[in-house]
Design a protein around this ligand. Structure first.
Ligand code: PMP
Length: 354
Protein backbone atom coordinates (compact mmCIF):
# COMPACT_ATOMS: atom_id res chain seq x y z
CA UNK A 1 0.00 0.00 0.00
CA UNK A 2 1.37 3.46 -0.90
CA UNK A 3 2.02 5.63 2.10
CA UNK A 4 1.60 9.39 2.35
CA UNK A 5 2.73 11.83 5.04
CA UNK A 6 0.17 11.55 7.83
CA UNK A 7 -1.17 14.91 8.95
CA UNK A 8 -4.56 13.49 9.89
CA UNK A 9 -5.96 13.41 13.40
CA UNK A 10 -4.53 9.89 13.86
CA UNK A 11 -3.09 7.49 13.02
CA UNK A 12 0.20 9.34 13.10
CA UNK A 13 3.78 9.17 11.98
CA UNK A 14 5.55 6.72 14.32
CA UNK A 15 9.23 6.60 15.29
CA UNK A 16 11.21 3.80 13.63
CA UNK A 17 12.37 2.15 16.85
CA UNK A 18 8.80 2.13 18.20
CA UNK A 19 7.61 0.53 14.96
CA UNK A 20 10.32 -2.13 15.25
CA UNK A 21 9.34 -2.91 18.84
CA UNK A 22 6.08 -4.26 17.37
CA UNK A 23 8.03 -6.92 15.46
CA UNK A 24 9.53 -8.58 18.55
CA UNK A 25 8.87 -12.35 18.82
CA UNK A 26 5.87 -13.41 20.88
CA UNK A 27 6.14 -14.29 24.55
CA UNK A 28 3.62 -16.16 26.67
CA UNK A 29 1.56 -13.74 28.71
CA UNK A 30 0.59 -15.98 31.65
CA UNK A 31 4.03 -15.76 33.26
CA UNK A 32 5.46 -13.79 36.17
CA UNK A 33 7.89 -12.09 33.77
CA UNK A 34 5.00 -10.76 31.68
CA UNK A 35 3.20 -9.64 34.86
CA UNK A 36 6.23 -7.57 35.84
CA UNK A 37 6.37 -6.04 32.36
CA UNK A 38 2.63 -5.24 32.46
CA UNK A 39 2.77 -3.66 35.93
CA UNK A 40 5.68 -1.54 34.72
CA UNK A 41 3.56 -0.24 31.83
CA UNK A 42 0.70 0.65 34.17
CA UNK A 43 3.05 2.59 36.42
CA UNK A 44 4.34 4.54 33.42
CA UNK A 45 0.81 5.19 32.18
CA UNK A 46 -0.09 6.61 35.59
CA UNK A 47 2.73 9.13 35.15
CA UNK A 48 1.46 10.10 31.68
CA UNK A 49 -2.11 10.42 33.00
CA UNK A 50 -0.69 12.27 36.04
CA UNK A 51 -2.74 10.13 38.38
CA UNK A 52 -2.60 7.73 41.27
CA UNK A 53 -5.90 6.22 40.12
CA UNK A 54 -6.13 2.80 38.49
CA UNK A 55 -5.28 2.85 34.80
CA UNK A 56 -6.66 -0.06 32.79
CA UNK A 57 -5.58 -1.14 29.31
CA UNK A 58 -8.12 -2.42 26.76
CA UNK A 59 -7.48 -3.94 23.32
CA UNK A 60 -9.71 -1.71 21.20
CA UNK A 61 -9.87 1.76 19.69
CA UNK A 62 -10.96 4.86 21.60
CA UNK A 63 -14.66 4.26 21.08
CA UNK A 64 -14.34 0.92 22.89
CA UNK A 65 -13.06 2.80 25.95
CA UNK A 66 -15.96 5.26 25.64
CA UNK A 67 -18.43 2.39 25.57
CA UNK A 68 -16.64 0.73 28.49
CA UNK A 69 -16.98 3.95 30.51
CA UNK A 70 -20.70 4.25 29.81
CA UNK A 71 -21.57 0.59 30.40
CA UNK A 72 -19.49 0.26 33.57
CA UNK A 73 -20.44 3.54 35.22
CA UNK A 74 -24.17 3.73 34.55
CA UNK A 75 -27.50 1.96 34.75
CA UNK A 76 -30.56 2.25 32.55
CA UNK A 77 -32.53 5.41 33.42
CA UNK A 78 -29.56 7.21 34.98
CA UNK A 79 -29.25 10.90 34.16
CA UNK A 80 -26.03 12.43 32.89
CA UNK A 81 -24.79 15.68 31.36
CA UNK A 82 -23.06 15.43 27.98
CA UNK A 83 -21.13 18.37 26.55
CA UNK A 84 -20.88 18.27 22.78
CA UNK A 85 -18.92 20.64 20.59
CA UNK A 86 -18.88 18.26 17.62
CA UNK A 87 -18.65 14.66 16.47
CA UNK A 88 -16.90 13.19 19.49
CA UNK A 89 -18.89 14.94 22.19
CA UNK A 90 -21.94 13.74 20.31
CA UNK A 91 -20.56 10.19 20.46
CA UNK A 92 -20.89 10.21 24.27
CA UNK A 93 -24.55 11.11 23.74
CA UNK A 94 -25.05 8.36 21.13
CA UNK A 95 -23.46 5.65 23.28
CA UNK A 96 -25.26 6.67 26.48
CA UNK A 97 -28.60 6.92 24.64
CA UNK A 98 -28.25 3.39 23.20
CA UNK A 99 -28.01 2.10 26.77
CA UNK A 100 -31.11 4.08 27.78
CA UNK A 101 -29.25 6.62 29.84
CA UNK A 102 -31.01 10.00 29.91
CA UNK A 103 -28.68 12.69 28.57
CA UNK A 104 -28.93 16.41 29.26
CA UNK A 105 -27.09 17.71 26.23
CA UNK A 106 -25.03 20.91 26.33
CA UNK A 107 -24.62 21.57 22.64
CA UNK A 108 -21.94 24.12 21.80
CA UNK A 109 -21.78 26.24 18.66
CA UNK A 110 -18.77 25.42 16.45
CA UNK A 111 -15.54 26.68 17.98
CA UNK A 112 -16.99 27.38 21.43
CA UNK A 113 -15.71 25.68 24.55
CA UNK A 114 -17.78 24.82 27.61
CA UNK A 115 -17.69 26.82 30.84
CA UNK A 116 -18.76 25.61 34.27
CA UNK A 117 -21.58 28.22 34.15
CA UNK A 118 -23.20 26.24 31.32
CA UNK A 119 -23.08 23.02 33.33
CA UNK A 120 -23.99 24.34 36.80
CA UNK A 121 -27.75 24.79 36.24
CA UNK A 122 -28.04 21.18 35.04
CA UNK A 123 -25.99 19.63 37.83
CA UNK A 124 -28.76 18.39 40.15
CA UNK A 125 -28.38 15.61 42.74
CA UNK A 126 -29.82 13.19 40.19
CA UNK A 127 -26.89 13.59 37.77
CA UNK A 128 -24.52 10.61 37.88
CA UNK A 129 -21.83 11.84 35.49
CA UNK A 130 -20.66 14.74 33.35
CA UNK A 131 -19.08 13.76 30.02
CA UNK A 132 -16.53 16.06 28.37
CA UNK A 133 -14.22 15.90 25.38
CA UNK A 134 -10.78 17.37 26.16
CA UNK A 135 -10.00 18.13 22.52
CA UNK A 136 -13.00 17.98 20.20
CA UNK A 137 -11.02 16.44 17.33
CA UNK A 138 -13.63 17.38 14.72
CA UNK A 139 -12.78 21.07 15.28
CA UNK A 140 -9.51 21.07 17.25
CA UNK A 141 -11.11 23.06 20.07
CA UNK A 142 -9.65 22.50 23.53
CA UNK A 143 -11.76 22.35 26.70
CA UNK A 144 -10.68 24.06 29.91
CA UNK A 145 -11.29 21.05 32.13
CA UNK A 146 -10.10 22.32 35.50
CA UNK A 147 -13.07 24.63 36.35
CA UNK A 148 -15.52 21.88 35.38
CA UNK A 149 -13.56 19.46 37.57
CA UNK A 150 -13.82 21.89 40.51
CA UNK A 151 -17.57 22.18 39.99
CA UNK A 152 -18.24 18.45 39.59
CA UNK A 153 -16.03 17.52 42.56
CA UNK A 154 -18.50 19.14 44.95
CA UNK A 155 -21.47 17.24 43.49
CA UNK A 156 -22.73 13.65 43.49
CA UNK A 157 -21.57 13.26 39.90
CA UNK A 158 -18.30 12.10 38.49
CA UNK A 159 -16.36 13.77 35.67
CA UNK A 160 -15.60 11.61 32.62
CA UNK A 161 -13.12 13.01 30.11
CA UNK A 162 -12.39 11.83 26.59
CA UNK A 163 -8.69 12.55 26.14
CA UNK A 164 -8.32 10.42 22.99
CA UNK A 165 -6.69 13.23 21.02
CA UNK A 166 -5.22 15.10 24.00
CA UNK A 167 -3.22 12.78 26.21
CA UNK A 168 0.40 13.29 25.19
CA UNK A 169 -0.29 16.55 23.32
CA UNK A 170 -2.03 18.93 25.73
CA UNK A 171 -1.67 18.65 29.51
CA UNK A 172 -4.13 16.28 31.18
CA UNK A 173 -3.97 16.57 34.96
CA UNK A 174 -6.18 13.65 35.90
CA UNK A 175 -5.82 14.09 39.67
CA UNK A 176 -5.07 17.82 39.71
CA UNK A 177 -8.29 18.59 37.80
CA UNK A 178 -10.46 15.98 39.59
CA UNK A 179 -11.13 13.87 36.51
CA UNK A 180 -12.71 10.66 37.78
CA UNK A 181 -12.50 8.77 34.51
CA UNK A 182 -10.15 9.64 31.66
CA UNK A 183 -10.13 7.61 28.48
CA UNK A 184 -7.58 7.68 25.71
CA UNK A 185 -6.21 5.53 22.92
CA UNK A 186 -2.93 4.70 21.25
CA UNK A 187 -3.13 6.14 17.73
CA UNK A 188 -3.08 9.88 18.31
CA UNK A 189 -0.86 11.94 20.61
CA UNK A 190 0.70 8.79 22.03
CA UNK A 191 2.02 8.18 18.50
CA UNK A 192 1.47 4.42 18.41
CA UNK A 193 -0.46 2.18 16.04
CA UNK A 194 -4.23 1.93 16.67
CA UNK A 195 -5.49 -0.89 18.86
CA UNK A 196 -5.01 0.04 22.51
CA UNK A 197 -7.27 2.13 24.72
CA UNK A 198 -6.87 3.27 28.30
CA UNK A 199 -9.28 4.09 31.12
CA UNK A 200 -8.29 5.70 34.42
CA UNK A 201 -10.75 5.21 37.28
CA UNK A 202 -10.97 7.13 40.59
CA UNK A 203 -12.38 5.78 43.86
CA UNK A 204 -15.52 7.90 43.36
CA UNK A 205 -15.96 6.27 39.94
CA UNK A 206 -15.40 2.75 41.31
CA UNK A 207 -18.32 3.35 43.72
CA UNK A 208 -20.52 4.15 40.73
CA UNK A 209 -19.22 1.09 38.92
CA UNK A 210 -20.32 -1.03 41.88
CA UNK A 211 -23.90 0.18 41.37
CA UNK A 212 -23.98 -0.17 37.57
CA UNK A 213 -26.47 -2.65 36.11
CA UNK A 214 -25.84 -2.29 32.35
CA UNK A 215 -24.69 -5.72 31.09
CA UNK A 216 -21.05 -6.03 29.94
CA UNK A 217 -18.65 -8.85 29.42
CA UNK A 218 -15.48 -8.12 27.40
CA UNK A 219 -15.28 -4.59 28.82
CA UNK A 220 -16.10 -5.39 32.45
CA UNK A 221 -13.64 -3.00 34.11
CA UNK A 222 -13.81 -4.78 37.47
CA UNK A 223 -12.30 -7.83 35.76
CA UNK A 224 -9.49 -5.70 34.28
CA UNK A 225 -8.79 -4.18 37.69
CA UNK A 226 -8.82 -7.52 39.52
CA UNK A 227 -6.42 -9.06 36.98
CA UNK A 228 -4.18 -5.99 36.81
CA UNK A 229 -3.46 -6.30 40.53
CA UNK A 230 -1.26 -9.30 39.63
CA UNK A 231 -0.07 -7.84 36.31
CA UNK A 232 -2.51 -9.80 34.21
CA UNK A 233 -5.43 -9.20 31.83
CA UNK A 234 -8.77 -11.06 31.73
CA UNK A 235 -8.26 -11.89 28.05
CA UNK A 236 -5.27 -12.24 25.71
CA UNK A 237 -3.52 -8.87 25.57
CA UNK A 238 -2.23 -7.23 22.35
CA UNK A 239 1.38 -8.17 23.15
CA UNK A 240 3.04 -6.46 20.16
CA UNK A 241 1.23 -3.21 20.87
CA UNK A 242 2.24 -3.43 24.52
CA UNK A 243 5.89 -3.75 23.47
CA UNK A 244 5.50 -0.59 21.42
CA UNK A 245 3.63 1.20 24.21
CA UNK A 246 6.33 0.33 26.72
CA UNK A 247 9.05 1.81 24.53
CA UNK A 248 7.03 4.90 23.68
CA UNK A 249 6.18 5.58 27.33
CA UNK A 250 9.88 5.35 28.23
CA UNK A 251 10.69 7.87 25.55
CA UNK A 252 7.90 10.23 26.60
CA UNK A 253 8.82 10.09 30.27
CA UNK A 254 12.48 10.64 29.46
CA UNK A 255 11.55 13.91 27.75
CA UNK A 256 9.09 14.69 30.58
CA UNK A 257 5.39 15.41 30.17
CA UNK A 258 5.67 19.16 30.64
CA UNK A 259 8.38 19.50 28.03
CA UNK A 260 6.53 17.16 25.69
CA UNK A 261 3.42 19.36 25.96
CA UNK A 262 5.56 22.47 25.43
CA UNK A 263 7.18 21.04 22.28
CA UNK A 264 3.81 19.98 20.92
CA UNK A 265 2.37 23.45 21.57
CA UNK A 266 5.34 24.95 19.71
CA UNK A 267 4.53 22.76 16.71
CA UNK A 268 0.85 23.70 16.73
CA UNK A 269 1.63 27.42 17.10
CA UNK A 270 4.01 27.10 14.17
CA UNK A 271 1.28 25.55 12.04
CA UNK A 272 -1.29 28.07 13.29
CA UNK A 273 0.94 31.00 12.31
CA UNK A 274 1.55 29.44 8.92
CA UNK A 275 -2.18 28.98 8.27
CA UNK A 276 -2.99 32.51 9.40
CA UNK A 277 -0.15 33.69 7.14
CA UNK A 278 -2.01 32.06 4.24
CA UNK A 279 -5.07 34.10 5.17
CA UNK A 280 -6.93 31.12 6.63
CA UNK A 281 -9.07 31.00 9.73
CA UNK A 282 -8.47 28.42 12.45
CA UNK A 283 -11.52 27.29 14.45
CA UNK A 284 -11.83 28.41 18.06
CA UNK A 285 -9.78 30.61 20.34
CA UNK A 286 -8.71 27.70 22.48
CA UNK A 287 -7.11 25.46 19.91
CA UNK A 288 -5.54 22.13 20.78
CA UNK A 289 -1.86 21.28 20.38
CA UNK A 290 -2.57 18.15 18.41
CA UNK A 291 -5.20 19.06 15.82
CA UNK A 292 -6.17 22.32 14.16
CA UNK A 293 -9.47 22.85 12.36
CA UNK A 294 -8.97 25.17 9.41
CA UNK A 295 -11.81 27.00 7.62
CA UNK A 296 -11.27 27.47 3.90
CA UNK A 297 -12.65 30.46 1.97
CA UNK A 298 -16.29 30.23 0.83
CA UNK A 299 -15.38 29.21 -2.75
CA UNK A 300 -13.06 26.38 -1.68
CA UNK A 301 -14.29 22.81 -1.17
CA UNK A 302 -12.28 21.11 1.58
CA UNK A 303 -12.65 17.75 -0.25
CA UNK A 304 -10.84 19.26 -3.23
CA UNK A 305 -7.98 20.50 -1.10
CA UNK A 306 -7.73 17.13 0.65
CA UNK A 307 -7.63 15.24 -2.70
CA UNK A 308 -5.04 17.54 -4.25
CA UNK A 309 -2.81 17.37 -1.18
CA UNK A 310 -3.00 13.57 -1.45
CA UNK A 311 -2.62 13.23 -5.22
CA UNK A 312 -0.08 15.97 -5.92
CA UNK A 313 1.88 16.27 -2.67
CA UNK A 314 1.39 12.88 -0.92
CA UNK A 315 0.04 14.46 2.27
CA UNK A 316 -3.06 13.23 4.11
CA UNK A 317 -5.32 15.64 5.99
CA UNK A 318 -9.01 15.11 6.83
CA UNK A 319 -12.16 16.98 5.82
CA UNK A 320 -14.45 17.50 8.79
CA UNK A 321 -17.12 14.86 9.19
CA UNK A 322 -20.82 15.40 8.70
CA UNK A 323 -20.93 18.05 5.97
CA UNK A 324 -21.86 17.60 2.29
CA UNK A 325 -19.60 20.29 0.93
CA UNK A 326 -17.24 20.92 3.81
CA UNK A 327 -15.20 24.10 4.20
CA UNK A 328 -13.43 22.75 7.25
CA UNK A 329 -10.50 20.35 7.34
CA UNK A 330 -8.54 19.02 10.27
CA UNK A 331 -4.78 18.92 10.35
CA UNK A 332 -3.13 16.59 12.84
CA UNK A 333 0.37 17.28 14.07
CA UNK A 334 0.91 14.30 16.33
CA UNK A 335 3.78 11.91 16.47
CA UNK A 336 7.20 12.40 15.01
CA UNK A 337 6.08 15.12 12.59
CA UNK A 338 8.81 17.76 12.28
CA UNK A 339 8.65 21.51 11.62
CA UNK A 340 10.10 20.75 8.17
CA UNK A 341 7.03 18.55 7.46
CA UNK A 342 4.79 21.46 8.48
CA UNK A 343 6.78 23.74 6.13
CA UNK A 344 6.28 21.26 3.29
CA UNK A 345 2.55 21.10 4.04
CA UNK A 346 2.20 24.91 4.12
CA UNK A 347 4.06 25.34 0.83
CA UNK A 348 1.89 22.65 -0.79
CA UNK A 349 -1.31 24.19 0.57
CA UNK A 350 -0.26 27.61 -0.69
CA UNK A 351 0.23 26.22 -4.19
CA UNK A 352 -3.23 24.64 -4.16
CA UNK A 353 -5.00 27.72 -2.83
CA UNK A 354 -3.35 30.01 -5.33
N1 PMP B 1 -12.82 10.64 20.86
C1 PMP B 1 -12.05 11.52 20.20
C2 PMP B 1 -11.83 12.87 20.82
C3 PMP B 1 -11.46 11.16 19.00
O1 PMP B 1 -10.69 12.03 18.34
C4 PMP B 1 -11.70 9.88 18.46
C5 PMP B 1 -11.08 9.43 17.16
N2 PMP B 1 -10.94 10.38 16.20
C6 PMP B 1 -12.52 9.02 19.18
C7 PMP B 1 -13.05 9.42 20.37
C8 PMP B 1 -12.83 7.66 18.66
O2 PMP B 1 -11.69 6.91 18.67
P1 PMP B 1 -11.51 5.63 17.73
O3 PMP B 1 -11.65 6.07 16.33
O4 PMP B 1 -10.11 5.25 18.15
O5 PMP B 1 -12.53 4.66 18.16
Amino acid sequence: MDRNLLMVAGPTEIEEDVLSAGAKPMVYNRTSEFSKFYLGIIEKLQKVFRTENDVLILSCSGTGAMEAAVTNLLSEGDEVIVVSGGTFGRRWFDIASIFNVKCHLVSLPQGRTVTSELIKPLLSDKIKAVFLTANETSTGVLTDIEPVGDLVKGSNAILVVDAVSSLGADPIETDGWNCDVVISSSQKALALPPGLAFVSVSQKAWRLIDESSIPKFYFDLKEYCKNAERGQTPFTPAISLLNQLDMRLDKMLEIGMERLNFLQRKKSDYLLNGLVGLGLEVIGDAHSSGVLGVIFPIDVDAFDVVSRLRDEFFIEITPSPGEDKPRVARIGIFGKLELSDIDYFLVSLKKILS
